[in-house]
Design a protein around this ligand. Structure first.
Ligand code: XMP
Length: 515
């Protein structure tokens, strides 16, 4: 760990800062994000080989804007400034930044110039589509710099000081909308800074465990296990770091799928020797949900009941100081109120209000990762495929898939139907190809025939979607034979169901879940 190349990203508050880190990780290089106002001595002690200055919402033309202490430029590190980072470099090194009349936001055509190493090997460098999001712009570049690229609207969309190895881009190479953005970042890492790729998810796991140990020390941590991959990986990392001082609580809210407890908790206890307390709170949850059919009302009841139960159980453990959560980076940005360096974002997402109510410090081992990276971490931790590839399952559980009122009988119908969906997706190898697949019980009955009799029974909807991040989704084009098998099995095997329908809506405008 100690000898590998390290890039420091100074965060000036951009919502994309983590994406920069992600691109660097993907290139196999270790990076750390630090707030822009960190003590430069602390950064020096880390002995970085390169520096990246992120974007940010501020203007260098305004008083009190985040600054770049002069030390960073004196060390002579290869440096890449992005957006605000570029303006800061121009401003500090003797160039001129001016305010634009309007903010440029969105795609722009970029033309690379002067054999800049950042664009080496990029065939389309004569006209690249890039992503812009800025108000100010550089009007004059500092002495010793060259113009490295322009767009239709700005002359200095890229600049570089070849000798000093200081480069800057007005656009965001880290976002997917910028063509060849990952390559531009890799060129900075390997052609400008001459780094060697040596970082891997295995080393992330190792560093993360060391950091958790430092953060938590001998204190006790309580963590709510949901059975999903995020809380499971968070728990295993914490367990590796602090062992028996991690106390996991698994709350059965009566809204779980069939076999949920055995599949996940049994596995964790057996293979990872986690300290798990199983709490059967089904009656409490279902009692409070009785007669409620409004979706928002259901979610609220489940949310506050969970907090009550968890709080009660956690208080029964002596001397807990930390609440562990499997928060991922997309959760962090979603809950961000965008005010400044993203390192100061408060963690008030997830089971709304739990940290505040419990007055515990937070420990969130996954807050830098994206979902696919969590899966890679799970792999490194030795988890089996059936845990790594489990589909996401919502906190409110089956309550938002039993449309309308929740009763034991309706839950049982849904569980049996859902089991068939899960089994068939797995047996046909479609489970891994889709983002999520499940059954929904509709609040209506329809007519059917069974033998000589008419029936009047429940309808199950089948919802299977493809997605990368759940923000958008499309219905999966499953083979008709598979659909037929699922439908036949549900109608034949689940008593009380005489019809299966397929949901063919995309998100947006629909959502993945029905409530
Ligand atoms: P929607 O229905 O909004 O779902 O398209 C997007 C993703 O989020 C999951 N989901 C939830 N997860 N608590 C959760 O933990 C919730 O209340 C919740 N609602 C939806 C959903 O399963 C999908 O993966």
């Amino acid at each position: 760990m100690l000898n590998q190349d390290k890039v420091i990203i100074l965060d000036f508050g951009s919502q994309f800062t983590q994406l920069i880190a992600r691109r660097i990780r993907e290139a196999g290089v270790y990076s750390e994000i630090h707030p822009c106002n960190v003590d430069p001595e602390k950064i020096k002690a880390l002995n970085p080989q390169a520096l990246i200055l992120s974007g940010g919402p501020s203007s260098v033309l305004e008083g009190g804007c985040p600054d770049l202490p002069p030390e960073y430029l004196e060390w002579g590190l290869p440096t890449l400034g992005i957006c605000y980072g570029m303006q800061l470099l121009a401003h500090k090194m003797g160039g001129k930044v001016v305010a634009s009349t309007d903010r440029e936001y969105g795609r722009a055509d970029f033309y690379a110039m002067n054999e800049c190493p950042l664009f080496e090997g990029i065939e389309k460098k004569d006209k690249l589509t890039v992503w812009m999001s800025h108000g100010d712009r550089v009007e004059a570049i500092p002495p010793g710099f060259e113009q490295m690229g322009r767009t239709e609207s700005i002359d200095f969309a890229a600049m570089g000081h070849v000798e000093k190895k200081v480069y800057a881009l007005q656009f965001h190479p880290e976002v997917a909308h910028t063509e060849e953005g990952a390559q531009i970042i890799q060129n900075f890492l390997f052609k400008v800074a001459n780094l060697t790729p040596s970082w891997s998810m295995a080393s992330f796991v190792e560093t993360c465990i060391e950091d958790l140990r430092k953060q938590v020390g001998d204190s006790k941590v309580v963590l709510g296990l949901s059975g999903g991959i995020d809380s499971t990986v968070a728990a295993v990392l914490l367990h590796r770091a602090i062992g028996k001082n991690l106390h996991c609580i698994f709350v059965d809210n009566g809204l779980l799928r069939m076999g949920e407890k055995q599949e996940v908790i049994g596995f964790l206890e057996e293979h990872f020797e986690l300290n798990v307390k199983f709490v059967d709170a089904a009656d409490e949850f279902l009692g409070k949900l009785e007669g409620v059919s409004d979706p928002e009302e259901k979610r609220k009841i489940i949310g506050y009941t969970f907090i009550d139960v968890f709080d009660r159980e956690a208080k029964a453990i002596d001397g807990v100081e930390y609440l562990g959560q499997g928060t991922l980076y997309p959760d962090v940005i979603e809950s961000e109120s965008f005010k400044g360096p993203s390192a100061v974002i408060k963690s008030h997402h997830n089971v709304g209000g739990l940290p505040e109510k419990m007055n515990l410090k937070l420990v969130e081992p996954l807050r830098e990762l994206f979902k696919d990276e969590v899966r890679r971490a799970a792999y490194e931790l030795g988890m089996p495929d059936h845990i790594i590839w489990r589909h996401p399952f919502p906190g409110p559980g089956l309550s938002i898939r039993v449309i309308g009122e929740i009763t034991e009988e309706r839950l049982e119908i849904l569980r049996l139907a859902d089991r068939i969906v899960q089994n068939e997706l797995m047996a046909s190898d479609w489970y891994r190809k889709v983002w999520q697949g499940f059954a929904v019980l509709l609040p209506l009955k329809t007519v059917g025939v069974m033998g000589d009799d008419r029936t009047y029974e429940h309808v199950i909807a089948l919802r299977v979607v493809d997605s990368l991040d759940a923000m958008t989704a499309d219905w999966s084009r499953l083979p008709s034979e598979l659909l037929a098998r699922i439908s036949n099995r549900i109608i034949n095997e689940v008593k009380g169901v005489n019809r299966v329908v397929l949901d063919i809506s995309s998100k947006p405008p629909s959502t993945i879940e029905w409530e």
